[in-house]
Design a protein around this ligand. Sequence first.
Ligand SMILES: NC(=O)c1ccc[n+]([C@@H]2O[C@H](COP(=O)([O-])OP(=O)(O)OC[C@H]3O[C@@H](n4cnc5c(N)ncnc54)[C@H](O)[C@@H]3O)[C@@H](O)[C@H]2O)c1
Length: 444
Amino acid sequence: MPEILVEPARRLAGALEGKTARVGVIGLGYVGLPLLLEFDRAGYPVLGFDIDREKVARLQRGESYIAHIPATRIRGALEAGRFDATADFARLAEADAILICVPTPLTPQREPDLSYIEKTADAVAARLRPGQLVVLESTTYPGTTQEVVQPRLEATGLKVEEDFFLAFSPEREDPGNPQYSTRTIPKVVGGAGPQSAHLAESLYRGALDRVVRVSSTRAAEAVKILENTYRAVNIALVNELKVTFEPMGIDIWEVIEAAKTKPFGFAPFYPGPGLGGHCIPIDPFYLTWKAREYGLSTRFIELAGEINTGMPGHVVRRVASALNEDGKCLRGARILVLGVAYKRDVDDMRESPAVEIIELLQNAGAQVDYHDPHVPHLPAMRRHQIKLNSVPLDARLSAYDAALVVTDHTGVDYAAVGEAVPLVVDTRNAYGRGRPPRARVVKA
Ligand SMILES: NC(=O)c1ccc[n+]([C@@H]2O[C@H](COP(=O)([O-])OP(=O)(O)OC[C@H]3O[C@@H](n4cnc5c(N)ncnc54)[C@H](O)[C@@H]3O)[C@@H](O)[C@H]2O)c1
């Protein structure tokens, strides 16, 4: 322990060590709920907070609302007696460590919407007491923790590093990935000062396999932006190469498979129908906004955004030209979209390119149905109003002019679809793996 700790920090360090410190998590979504359960599993008393009373009620009944978190996990935590959830923010005073996992979307003008973080910071400030550690986990631009959260907490008269402690630790959740869990994914941590860094590191060490400490909250915030920008840019690169190779008769999937046999200097990324989810399409633009303050432009991010947002249009043009080759036109064509969640084997529709694709197809006059075992109804979304229910894969399959694979969930009977429809447009190489179907397959 290199740092000499002030008294409130020493007390908290002791409670963290003995696992008597109560860990509060604010925002019990895809990130917050698994994190809360991880601290519960590690033996800490935990208390979850959410403004959504329905989520709180479901947790208290021992139910789960996230597909990959089984209800038995919640019930087990309730039975062990250390787990509680509430919508009563007065109870923040009970928590020794408070982890903030609220949404960080973009405004309609594509600027950071920090309103959730601001509201949460104000709620924490209203009950802040000496000896509490506050960690922001929501993805955001470098500077947020100490420029947005810290002043709100210090407005109470308490001082960071003396009375309370503040850190940033980016979430690296990969929903639906069975290989890694919240516990096994290394956790990056940066503190507002050495006391905060030390406490945040001990907190996560108590529950997770590996903690990676960086020098500041800004560096920790930048780590997450780098990771997501790296993905956005590399996905854009393969999407651009896909479009470039198409008229040359080169299959990008075959090229990537061969390229990834190179044992160094190459990491495979795969093309698709456009970016989805809460992170990759959004987070890099947090940096773009912040960079403007320094008179800088983030050209890679802008270009990647441009290429990736052009993908739904590209896919729809491929569907139209493939139908045309069969002597059909898009207007009036019956099209079955396979998979609408933003990625394989999740039920999350946020920013899913499927929504735009369906809308573009409908606007062109196509009759669109979809099948997704994880999304029984297309929910109303901020910018889209599509009212569809998932259709079963049954005898009616043969009525479709084409199937369009947008998301390649496992467990979907692609072979049956490929036998029943005359044309498949495949954005995920779902038909590149098994026996070729009767349908003509066009990659897009
Ligand atoms: N989902 C992912 O895979 C992922 C991965 C890495 C990072 N992140 C980041 O983590 C953060 C949270 O994302 P998520 O996917 O868990 O979002 P989510 O929408 O699943 O969950 C957010 C939760 O916060 C609650 N909430 C909203 N405002 C609140 C408030 N003022 N007080 C208390 N609760 C409030 C919502 O009701 C919801 O339950 C975001 O910054 C996101 O960018 C997400």
